[in-house]
Design a protein around this ligand. Structure first.
Ligand code: MG
Length: 272
């Protein structure tokens, strides 16, 4: 199933896709769906043209993986890592489709895009063996790991450059894992103003989704709704010649498999 959170007639609702309609259900947020509650239809299907799609949820934790694609290591001339490189983004950076990516004027000059396969955890998980790891997945979702490169590389660690408000576009739908038999064979694409910059496949991942979940769960508990960003393939702006960075007025679009286009404009910079 393909779940979405949306606004209709001023109310936030949850539903599942049925062609060009969304079927609302009793649940009022995606956490209830993840828990298996409130999945019964509530009302008639609504045309997608009549709703505003929101971010599917605000995850309790966002755990990210750096340098997890072979093609991304090649474009930087770096050795593939021996173990996953983990970092995090704050949940306050999540936005939904069509919401603008914005940042304070003067804070950064190097805002970059990273399309990623997002993984939503479906149940509490600790010390999970790799062979059981995909069982704890609720579903998969397109996500952008927007990154301020000057802050990321200038700070000595990545937290600030990765966690600016609006730096985690998420959606439009969460595709449940039964519809994704092999998370290691999903195409990913990024376009800015219609020009393709990233075009790869999750088959380029160094550490698989199952390995990442198992690895993380040795160190900390994964909980329902937690979001894992599994890394980005080659083609990001900072390693291009000349480099490409997002500017106000740009339109960023990413695609992960056939999960729908995640489109976000870059808005005007924030001023005090
Ligand atoms: Mg990333």
């Amino acid at each position: 199933m393909r779940w979405m959170t949306f606004e209709h007639n001023g109310k936030t609702r949850v539903g599942y896709l049925q062609a060009d309609h969304v079927q609302p259900v009793a649940a009022t947020d995606l956490f209830q769906i993840i828990a298996g509650e409130g999945t019964d239809p509530a009302g008639t299907p609504i045309p997608l043209t009549d709703v505003r799609v929101l971010a599917p949820l605000r995850p309790p934790k966002i755990i990210c993986v750096g340098q997890n694609y072979m093609d991304h290591c090649r474009e930087q001339n770096v050795e593939p890592p021996k173990k996953p490189l983990l970092f995090s983004k704050y949940p306050t950076c999540v936005i939904g489709p069509d919401e603008p990516i914005r940042w304070p004027k003067g804070l950064t000059e190097q805002v970059d895009f990273e399309v990623e396969l997002g993984v939503i955890i479906g149940r509490r998980a600790r010390l999970i063996p790799e062979e059981d790891a995909l069982d704890v997945v609720f579903g998969y979702v397109p996500v952008v790991d927007v990154s301020a490169r000057d802050l990321q590389f200038g700070d000595g660690q990545w937290m600030r450059g990765k966690s600016l408000d609006t730096f985690c576009p998420l959606g439009p739908v969460v595709v449940t894992r039964d519809e994704v038999p092999d998370p290691q064979n999903i195409p990913l694409k990024t376009r800015v103003n219609g020009i393709t910059y990233q075009d790869s496949n999750t088959s380029e991942m160094i550490f698989s989704v199952a390995h990442l979940i198992s690895y993380m769960s040795q160190a900390f508990t994964l909980e329902p709704g937690d979001l894992i960003l599994t890394g980005t393939p080659h083609g990001v702006g900072v390693f291009r010649d000349p480099p490409v960075f997002l500017q106000p007025g740009d339109i960023l679009e990413v695609e992960v498999g056939d999960f729908g286009i995640l489109r976000n404009p870059v808005g005007e910079m924030l001023t005090p």
